[in-house]
Design a protein around this ligand. Structure first.
Ligand SMILES: Cc1cc2nc3c(=O)[nH]c(=O)nc-3n(C[C@H](O)[C@H](O)[C@H](O)COP(=O)(O)OP(=O)(O)OC[C@H]3O[C@@H](n4cnc5c(N)ncnc54)[C@H](O)[C@@H]3O)c2cc1C
Length: 435
């Protein structure tokens, strides 16, 4: 692999301004009302809600808090649900489908309000999001969805005809698209650091570098065995998402970790940035394995992400593949260097729906399918309300456990093949689209 085509750093661009760090060592309490496994957005917001309700809370993370997906992501507040409304109705009935759609809006509003009222300093900008169509038929479908979104949920959204596309994104790759204004961008690592700040201030005890290795039920609740000793808890909440290991075997058989990778360009000139991203919007595209991309919060770089089919090590090929995607969108960037390329794990339940569920007394809040900037804090806080027996705020995502995956025990050996199939589907869709 040519050296010039590989990024200078393999750590997240976000860690330049907000590095993930270990927390000061402190002894593990002998007991707590609630133990939470995982200190990403979900675990922390659950802990914050519980601590403010007066519960003693211990949050344990085997890495540094945030070192999972919560400081590595694209920072786009998409709050996406992978299944279409029709698919939701078919699988779960009309009432749950409607409630899930409505919760998407509530969850986005919840995090915007959370950022504002807590004063979270995380570079949040309500930029809107452009979504590119691959052909005329696809454009018409996006235009219909934008109209339906405005009508049914009152969300500001509209179609962007091909002729107006360059007002939003400086590429000819699409055949028009749509814009919705309720999606923005934030600095994910600052967002995490700020949620950690308020969670600690609320009195939760957060430990880094403490791995949970086993959870046993006992007479008064649970015995949680960790690399730093054992702790007893009345309740346990699992928020391990794409980093789930053998400590949560029931979840591991139901959830697939998938690598997602982001590349960041070197700083671009102001003229080039305003040509390529004139409105500094978040961007996505209508493909199975579509890219997501955005300007850095200072508006000087472009960050572009997509699936990474690799499963071990940190090979150069996925970076090169994203770079090709970037140049296909923006040929002007053919000679631009990459400052960073990194990956993290997103988590997909088999039915592609985030979830709060219970099994043998343990509660789980996971499966955000690459949209956890919105879903993880929302579902985390709803899971906390469930533990507080607050029935008034029961989430539409709180129901039976996701189905288990046959012949699977946590190693997604089938993913590279799946990704090849999805790529093929995208190529066929592109070839068939009226361009
Ligand atoms: C590259 C990338 C780009 C993304 N882009 C976006 C985006 O633009 N918009 C969006 O909405 N979402 C995006 N996401 C998804 C989003 O980042 C996640 O959905 C979200 O961060 C999940 O938060 P979480 O708290 O559930 O899990 P995580 O932040 O992954 O935290 C789980 C934690 O559990 C800990 N853990 C696991 N097992 C144990 C154990 N046994 N003992 C102790 N600790 C344990 C891990 O160490 C980890 O810190 C992206 C993700 C990636 C990787």
């Amino acid at each position: 692999m040519e050296k010039s085509r590989i990024a200078a750093k393999s750590t997240p661009y976000w860690w330049e301004a907000a590095p993930v760090r270990p927390l000061p060592d402190q002894p593990l309490a002998r007991q707590a009302d609630v133990v939470i496994v995982g200190a990403g957005y979900a675990g922390l917001t659950a802990g914050l809600t519980l601590a403010r309700a007066g519960r003693s809370v211990t949050i344990l993370d085997k890495m540094n808090p945030g070192e999972g997906a919560s400081s590595r992501n694209g920072g786009i507040t998409s709050g996406n649900i992978r299944l279409s409304y029709a698919e939701l109705v078919k699988k779960y009935g009309e009432a749950r489908a409607k409630a899930i759609e409505a919760e998407g809006k509530a969850a986005r509003e919840f995090i915007y309000d959370f950022i504002r009222t807590e004063g979270l300093d995380c570079d949040f900008q309500m930029t809107g999001r452009f979504y590119g169509a691959i052909g005329k038929e696809n454009y018409e479908a996006l235009a219909r969805s934008a109209e339906a979104l405005a009508k049914s949920l009152g969300i500001e959204s509209h179609a962007v005809p091909h002729a107006e596309q360059r007002n939003y994104v400086g590429t000819d790759h699409y055949r028009g698209g749509s814009v919705r204004m309720d999606i923005g961008g934030l600095h994910p690592a600052k967002y995490h650091a700020e949620i950690l700040r308020v969670t600690l201030a609320a009195g939760a005890s957060v430990h880094s570098g403490v791995a949970v290795t086993n959870i046993d039920k006992d007479v008064s609740g649970f015995k949680v065995t960790t690399s730093a000793g054992a702790i007893k808890a009345r309740q346990v909440l699992i928020c391990t998402n794409g980093y789930t290991d053998g400590a949560a075997p029931f979840l591991r058989r139901r959830m697939v970790p998938v690598r997602s990778r982001i590349i960041a360009t070197e700083e671009l000139s102001p003229g080039l940035m305003s040509q390529l991203m004139p409105k500094l919007m978040m961007c996505g595209e209508s493909k199975v394995l579509g890219y997501y991309y955005r300007p850095s919060p200072d508006g000087k770089r472009i960050l572009l992400g997509g699936r990474d089919a690799s499963q071990s090590g940190d090979p150069a090929a996925p970076t090169d593949m994203l770079r090709k995607g970037l140049v296909e969108l923006f040929p002007e960037l053919a000679d631009v260097g990459l400052s960073h390329s990194w990956f993290g794990n997103v988590a997909m339940h088999r039915d592609m729906l985030p979830r709060i569920f219970e099994n043998k007394g343990l509660t789980y809040a996971t499966g955000f399918c690459g949209s956890g900037v919105v879903w993880a804090p929302w579902i985390g806080s709803r899971a906390a309300l469930k533990l507080l027996n607050d029935d008034t705020s029961r989430s539409a995502f709180d129901f039976r456990a996701p189905p288990f995956i046959p012949f699977y025990n946590g190693k997604p050996y089938f993913m590279p093949a799946f990704i090849q199939v999805y790529r093929m589907q995208d190529r066929i869709a592109m070839a068939r689209a009226t361009r």
